[in-house]
Design a protein around this ligand. Structure first.
Ligand SMILES: [Mg+2]
Length: 300
């Protein structure tokens, strides 16, 4: 399995015996990197870009929770899946770990087959995600679907709503004064902001048929199948207020920034022969009106 050897697992544990044990279980399949503390782990994760991190919770110095929170905070390491290592009787640790963004957990004492299965599963997910990125359906910066992906799905949902005579709504959104934000704080910070806005949108695209996408630059869309205008406007207002309240720290960790978003909303029960392009264009027009009447608002 030569290819597998290039898949790297970073093991973080402050106990030598645990490191040795996990190394023994996983080294036949993966290249193993080791860190003996939380601080050490942050550095290694940034420099060596492992595919997966196994992270002990109870450690001297920076504990696993803080390490996890910091890994998730950094744009360089936030996407690396983290599996936490907990003691058998520490169920609340697992919950807190999931809350902080861990993907899974393993318990001590280690059972070889379980450790191998958990790591293998998440390694597979990592590779599937990369493949999806490669074939170009996910926006690599924000991790939500891109324009191409949106167009495919929108077309499908449009036809489905036409067939089933259901309403479909669409929110076209654009961050206000994004250029000024970029000019003031720099492009890397602009990227951090785009990610945080994408996260808010994704959190409002709750049902399987909902789709949040980055349509370009600072422009986003939210497609809501089986949703009437009233419901769509409720969601739009939630997004508007969440973005307004969203405080994004700059790199120095001290300055907090925020932006607003303008939204054009449309809704229809599509009939055979109606054009989806017209529908989207109408949303774009509404967005333009929202911008021209003061920004930080919804126009429908
Ligand atoms: Mg420990």
């Amino acid at each position: 399995m030569e290819a597998e050897q290039s898949h790297r697992v970073l093991i973080v544990d402050d106990e030598r015996s645990n490191l040795a044990m996990l190394n023994k279980i996983l080294s036949p399949e993966y290249t193993i990197l080791i860190a003996k503390s939380g601080e050490d782990a942050l550095g290694r994760a940034e420099e060596d870009n492992p595919d997966i991190i196994l992270l002990d919770i109870v450690m001297a110095g920076m504990d696993g929770f803080e390490t996890l929170a910091r890994l998730k905070d950094s744009p360089v390491t936030s996407k690396i899946p983290v599996i936490i290592i907990t003691g058998l009787s520490e169920e609340s640790d697992e919950e807190r770990g999931f809350f902080l963004g861990a993907v899974d957990y393993i318990t001590k004492p280690f059972k070889n087959a379980i450790v191998q299965a958990r790591v293998r599963t998440h390694m597979q997910i990592v590779h599937q995600m990369r493949m999806i990125e490669r074939i170009g359906l996910i926006d690599p910066l924000t991790d939500i679907p891109n324009r191409r992906s949106f167009d495919n799905r929108a077309d499908m949902e449009w036809r489905r709503c036409t067939r089933e005579e259901n309403p479909i709504s669409f929110l076209m959104m654009d961050i206000d004064n994004f250029k000024t934000y970029n000019d003031t704080y720099g492009h890397p910070q602009g990227d951090v902001l785009l990610k945080s806005v994408a996260k808010i949108l994704a959190s409002e695209a709750k049902r399987p048929a909902d789709m949040a996408a980055r349509l370009g630059g600072e422009e986003f869309g939210l497609l809501l199948a089986n949703t009437n205008l009233e419901k769509a406007l409720t969601i739009a207002e939630k997004i508007r207020s969440k973005v307004e309240a969203n405080q994004v720290p700059t790199a120095d960790g001290k300055t907090m920034t925020s932006v607003t978003i303008s939204i054009g909303a449309v809704s229809t029960v599509p009939r055979l022969g109606d054009s989806m392009l017209d529908f989207i264009t109408r949303a774009d027009g509404h967005l333009y009106t929202a911008k021209n009447t003061g920004r930080n608002r919804i126009f429908s």
